[in-house]
Design a protein around this ligand. Structure first.
Ligand SMILES: Nc1ncnc2c1ncn2[C@@H]1O[C@H](COP(=O)(O)OP(=O)(O)O)[C@@H](O)[C@H]1O
Ligand SMILES: [Mg+2]
Length: 153
């Protein structure tokens, strides 16, 4: 069985900017949060303020879970600068027909088996919104969804 890796598949590190990429696999709830916990480690090593790290981890975790729960997996792209982090979670999936509706607290289309695992409270997108400085959700029905997020340090 394929497993999500905790180490980035790509890690370019220059003095100013670090770029990391992770793969997210559909239905792989066991490994949900691998990208966010890896990013957490990196930010700790960079001595980023703990409250900022927490916001990054919460937002990225929710986006990862959505790519696992609602889509057919995808990619996480992370760019870390000294003053901010940019995160992109891009999936191939059914897309979101009504983004404003999906953003509402408590709105969820999670399947019963996903709910049984403790996901599907409908708080993921609202939590991303609360924790990041910039959120952009781009979605095309039948094609996929891309979530772009930024947190300033
Ligand atoms: N990547 C995605 N692909 C397709 N639909 C999504 C995606 N992310 C979110 N959604 C839709 O938006 C709804 C709300 O998402 P969220 O707030 O994270 O709550 P939850 O994941 O608990 O359902 C989901 O139930 C789903 O209908
Ligand atoms: Mg969610």
């Amino acid at each position: 069985m394929r497993q999500q890796r905790e180490t980035p598949i790509r890690n370019h590190n220059t003095q100013k900017n670090m770029h990391q990429e992770y793969t997210v696999i559909e239905g792989d709830f066991v490994n949900a949060g691998k990208a966010s916990s890896s990013v957490k480690k990196t930010l700790k090593q960079m001595n980023v303020e703990p409250s900022k790290i927490k916001r990054v981890v919460v937002a990225l975790y929710e986006a990862e879970v959505n790519a696992i729960a609602h889509a057919y997996g995808g990619k996480v792209l992370v760019d870390i600068d000294s003053d901010k982090i940019k995160m992109v979670v891009a999936d191939k999936g059914p897309g979101i027909p009504d983004i404003a509706l999906a953003m509402q607290e408590g709105y969820s289309t999670a399947r019963p088996e996903v709910r049984d695992m403790g996901f599907g409270a409908g708080m993921g997108l609202p939590n991303m919104q609360k924790n990041v400085d910039k959120l952009n959700v781009i979605s095309e029905v039948g094609v996929g969804t891309t979530v772009e997020m930024e947190v300033n340090f």
